[in-house]
Design a protein around this ligand. Structure first.
Ligand SMILES: [Zn+2]
Ligand SMILES: [Zn+2]
Length: 375
């Protein structure tokens, strides 16, 4: 699973642009392939650091990431290609950084050769689920578009009996070098779109495209206790690999919808329940909503507005199943606003029968004020 971008850079969520930049510089130096001599783990770190900084240095992307835990995806739909490395799509600024270090003759080996098998890109899907689905887990049907290799040519785009040939513009590298100020930047080759090969005798089935967009439907298991921002990995459901490489993965990012009745904080849930004032005075058995349906709650006589009652273990499970949260019910005593004449008379009568003793909280408060004023 991808790590949190702030964690990757070792900074807090509130880090300033300067803090981000200096954290990035330190780490980029530390894991730079020139210094680590082709160490794979360091190379991965280096990619992570670049990916994290590529998003967080951009105000809009950072805001999006803070909200959704991912970088904005092109097209604005439910998902798009995630990752970006080796994807060949030009235009994102961090690919420039990456390519500048790894590209071409750098020897970093970050890009696949034209005919080598390589893993497909990962995809990300945003799934919006209800609080109930989060509380008890669920099977969720999702559907998304992904590329599918053509059956006739297995994705090569070349007609049966023929082979794609090496691209003449990039010599099969899939990328071309361009000078940009101090940097020599590599970009996806415009002639072959980064594939490194071109097709002279196109496949009839796909007219040489090799792949087409196909709707994919999946049923995924949402574990009980999941919260907004969690990512579920579905292996092998991403984009197809190149040259018979394996498919990438699908990441399902969870977004738990706001609930009308309950508020959630971790494994605990909260709700407010209004009760009639005579019931608060006399006490009652109150029916309260819980995630599992209605439950009965004993309200003792003389319950004040704002009193919180705990229903033990009626919250959400911990994602690892170690413990169950609680439900906290806040009582709101409702003051009637529309009374009949008779009701009004009864309340006035009640008031006449009341004394200081009827309202001890009020009395204590008045005493406090008096003693403060007399100081
Ligand atoms: Zn085909
Ligand atoms: Zn090319």
């Amino acid at each position: 699973m991808a790590r949190d971008f702030y964690e990757v850079l070792g900074v807090s969520r509130g880090a300033s642009e300067d803090e981000l930049r200096s954290a990035y510089r330190k780490l980029a130096h530390k894991y730079h392939p020139d210094k680590t001599g082709g160490d794979k783990a360091a190379e991965e770190k280096f990619k992570e650091v670049n990916e994290a900084y590529g998003v967080l240095k951009n105000k809009e992307k950072r805001a999006h990431y803070d909200q959704f835990g991912s970088e904005p995806q092109p097209g604005g739909g439910g998902f798009g290609g995630a990752g970006g490395f080796g994807g060949g799509g030009a235009g994102s600024p961090f690919e420039d950084i990456f390519d500048a270090f790894f590209g071409g003759g750098g020897g970093g080996g970050g890009r696949s050769r034209a005919n080598a098998a390589s893993r497909g890109d990962d995809l990300e899907y945003h799934a919006s689920i209800t609080l109930m689905e989060a509380a008890f887990g669920s099977k969720k049907k999702i559907s998304f578009n992904r590329m599918e290799n053509c059956n006739d040519c297995e994705g090569s785009g070349a007609a049966k009996g023929s082979q794609p040939t090496q691209c003449s513009q990039c010599g099969g590298q899939g990328q071309v070098r361009m000078s940009q100020g101090f940097f020599s930047v590599t970009r996806a080759c415009p002639q072959c779109q980064g594939k490194g090969t071109t097709v002279s005798d196109p496949c009839k089935g796909c007219r040489g495209k090799g792949q087409s967009k196909v709707k994919r439907e999946l049923s995924i298991d949402i574990p009980a206790g999941i919260d907004t921002g969690s990512r579920l990995r579905v292996p092998g459901e991403g984009e197809p690999g190149r040259n018979r490489g394996p498919r990438g993965d699908l990441f399902v990012r969870i977004d738990v919808q706001e609930d009308e009745v309950f508020e959630r904080e971790g494994t605990n849930i909260f709700c407010e329940v209004p009760i009639d004032f005579p019931k608060a005075i006399l006490g009652c058995t109150l029916k309260v909503p819980t995630l599992k349906g209605e439950a009965e709650l004993k309200i003792p006589a003389g319950t004040q507005s704002g009193t919180v009652f705990k229903l033990r273990s009626m919250g959400l499970p911990d994602l690892r199943g170690y413990r169950q949260g609680d439900q906290l019910v806040t009582i709101q005593v409702e003051t009637p606003t529309k009374l009949s004449r008779e009701q009004k008379e009864l309340i006035q009568k009640f008031d006449e029968l009341s004394s200081e003793k009827t309202y001890p909280i009020h009395k204590r408060f008045m005493n406090k004020i008096k003693s403060t004023l007399n100081k």
